[in-house]
Design a protein around this ligand. Structure first.
Ligand SMILES: Cc1ncc(COP(=O)(O)O)c(C=O)c1O
Length: 398
């Protein structure tokens, strides 16, 4: 057998298949369904941002950027987290610009996780954490976040943290549930970790998408958490530019210097004109300061169109995802329910069980509302028919 033929049997990630996001998007395209499955906007990023990117290219900013990121961009990031979270972050030793949050998450995990280490992950969890932990030789310990609030059970966390715990991964605002850490949660996290040597990886890509006047509880607000944390964010979510893949990681100097050793051999540096454009755009903070209202209007629009239906609207404190429960509509497993909705109703979504390592299925689906109002209206009209004119097949009848 040649090496290529042997490789499938020697996979570094034998349990990883094509992600559900690709599967549902393909299915949506095949059936002409409205795609509320994958998490990206269907509207344009700000015209001025595009203009700034074009100007940066025209001005000749087309060669490698410095490995840690453009100084002008790191300066803006330091200013922003100072203004928003009261954190004094050193742009030279604590901030690294990365290829989206995805690279930052991957590199942070490779930086600290060694073979045999345990990493605590809260389920439902974003899908990139576990493969990165496994590639580093670590093992995920999954703790459940329960519907409808999806709050961390800090007693369960205290029980799970032990001598082998190397890293705890938190994500707030939380994909897929839309839950968000409160100030009391930050305090509990501080207390639970005070007795441990564990690092924290805080995925804060939706930091600027929090609703109802809540303030985002960045781990940068807490001196003791900051001292052990990699805090990750993404300009893709903030500026409607998921395709630009520009994000960053903030961590204390010793952690950053180890992080950069890996970052420099994964990507070395990030698109120069995009960094110039974002740095200039950030000089005026109004866009990210107005983002909560922008998305809150979409959340309320989508929820309002569904609030007198058999769908159960779960709380949504942040992100651009709305969870809908369907216990009053049918009893199909959530993956089959999502497939039926795509095929027969014409709306694609993501079944929440795929975010659970044990496949726990609570009859809940995730819908992305980062879409134009007309798309949301069309989707809501179709969803309103479910449980009235349109009924999913009964699981017991199959
Ligand atoms: C929770 C979470 N983390 C990280 C990412 C990845 O961000 P990026 O596109 O900047 O790599 C996403 C994207 O959907 C996400 O939802």
């Amino acid at each position: 057998m040649n090496p290529a033929d042997r490789l499938a049997g020697q996979s570094r990630l034998p349990n990883v298949k094509t992600t559900i996001f690709a599967v549902m998007s393909q299915m949506a395209a095949r059936h002409g369904a409205i795609n509320l499955s994958q998490g990206f906007p269907d509207f344009e990023c700000p015209a001025r941002l595009r203009q700034l990117a074009a100007e940066a290219m025209a001005a000749g900013h087309n060669q490698y950027a410095p490995m840690p990121g453009l100084p002008a961009l790191r300066e803006r990031i330091a200013e922003k987290v100072g203004d928003m979270y009261g954190a004094g972050v050193d742009m030279d030793t604590e901030i690294t610009v990365t290829s989206g949050a995805t690279e930052a998450l991957f590199v942070a995990i490779q930086t600290v996780v060694r073979p045999g280490d345990e990493v605590i992950v809260f389920d439902p969890a974003y899908d990139s954490y576990q493969p990165a932990v496994e590639l580093a030789g670590g093992r995920c310990v999954h703790l459940p976040l329960g519907a409808p609030d999806y709050a961390i059970d800090f007693d369960a966390l205290a029980d799970a943290v032990g001598p082998n715990t190397r890293l705890v991964i938190v994500n707030s605002p939380h994909n897929p549930s839309g839950s968000a850490l409160s100030p009391a949660d930050l305090e509990r996290l501080e207390q639970v970790l005070a007795r441990s040597d564990a690092f924290v990886l805080s995925d804060e890509v939706y930091e600027h998408i929090v609703f109802d006047g809540l303030a985002h509880q960045s781990l940068l607000r807490s001196e003791s958490l900051r001292a052990r944390s990699f805090v990750v964010s993404s300009f893709g979510k903030t500026y409607h530019t998921t395709g630009w893949k520009v994000g960053y990681c903030i961590a204390p100097p010793t952690m950053t210097s180890e992080f950069r050793k890996i970052h420099q051999y994964v990507t070395f540096s990030i698109s120069t004109p995009m960094q110039h454009a974002i740095a200039q755009f950030m000089a005026d903070p109004s866009f990210h300061l107005e983002l909560p209202d922008f998305y809150q209007a979409k959340r309320d629009h989508f929820r309002g169109a569904l609030d007198d239906t058999a769908w159960d609207l779960m709380p949504c404190r942040g992100t651009y995802f709305q969870l809908l429960g369907y216990r009053r509509i049918g009893n199909l497993p959530d993956v089959e329910m999502a497939e039926w909705l795509t095929r027969e109703v014409g709306v694609a979504c993501i079944p929440v069980s795929v975010f659970n390592a044990d496949g726990n299925d609570e009859s809940i689906l995730r819908f992305c509302f980062a879409k134009g109002d007309r798309t949301l209206d069309a989707a809501a009209e179709k969803l309103r028919a479910v449980g009235k004119e349109l009924h999913p097949p009964d699981r017991t009848c199959r």
